[in-house]
Design a protein around this ligand. Structure first.
Ligand SMILES: [Mg+2]
Length: 269
């Protein structure tokens, strides 16, 4: 069984044809693949995207940067209880009000275990330094994630995509080499820091690409292709036996990279 965890925006979503090819592959795997969407979006927003882009129903939703996990429509309360340890949302908000440079994102992005701002890159370093110091002196188990040169998420220490992946991996008792994470930006980085295998899509932002290039090359795959084509490319690299030979709906790559998408995945219908 493969526990397949993917980010949505600019990873699974971004090229509709590629998303459709991904969907076909996942369906062809039946029970062999458990699908997890790990996204910065709230559940409501992610489900809106699911309808708009015809995404498959995942086995798990890890939404709001992994701070909420849903399975069959229910919030995972064990995960929620873990995040609550040392988290004081009201105190976090109170500390942030000292910094007018922090602009609160839309109300829909504010969640029980996530406070989200926009922040210009020029102010990011010093403000994050100040916040970290104040959280420490207030004994708050909070962490900061800055991504896309714009978004600052403040989350419980345990609450990020990476810990959500590890939690689900333990819950389903899936070995590290059968767990694979896919992403494109800084808020996916924590997933690549777990023991899981990682696929960085070809259109990934420099912040993630650079990190992965310095990390364990054997565990991570930097795809040549973008969006869900890149996910499929990486899956074929890690799990070649899941990509059947020429008479099947898919044609597995003879070599990874350097091939164009039509030669990588050819549909029978
Ligand atoms: Mg993304």
């Amino acid at each position: 069984m493969i526990l397949l965890v993917t980010d949505l925006d600019h990873t699974l979503v971004g090229d509709d044809q590629a998303t459709a090819a991904f969907n076909s592959w996942v369906k062809s795997q039946g029970e062999q693949v458990k699908l997890v969407y790990a996204t910065g979006r709230s559940l409501t927003s992610a489900q809106g995207l699911q309808r708009e882009k015809t995404l498959l129903e995942p086995d798990y939703w890890a939404v709001s940067v992994g701070t909420e996990i849903y399975h069959q429509g229910e919030l995972d309360l064990t995960w929620a209880a873990q995040l609550d340890q040392g988290w004081d949302r009201a105190r976090v908000v109170q500390i942030t009000t000292q910094f007018p440079q922090l602009k609160l994102q839309l109300a829909t992005e504010q969640r029980p275990w996530k406070v989200s701002f926009t922040l210009v890159p020029g102010d990011a370093d010093w403000i994050m330094g100040e916040l970290t110091a104040q959280f420490q002196s207030s004994r708050l188990a909070a962490q900061l994630i800055y991504s896309s040169d714009r978004d600052l998420d403040i989350l419980p220490k345990q609450g990020h995509k990476g810990h959500a992946v590890t939690y689900l991996q333990n819950l389903r008792q899936v070995p590290a080499e059968q767990t694979v994470v896919c992403g494109d930006s800084g808020n996916d980085l924590s997933m690549f820091q777990t023991s899981a295998r990682g696929i960085v899509v070809g259109n990934a932002q420099l912040e993630l690409r650079q990190w992965v290039q310095t990390a364990d090359q054997h565990r991570h795959y930097l795809a040549k292709q973008s969006h869900a084509w890149g996910i499929l490319e990486g899956l074929a690299y890690f799990y070649p036996s899941h990509f059947p030979p020429q008479n099947s709906p898919f044609q597995a790559p003879k070599q990874v990279g350097g091939l164009n998408r039509s030669s990588l995945y050819r549909f029978s219908n």
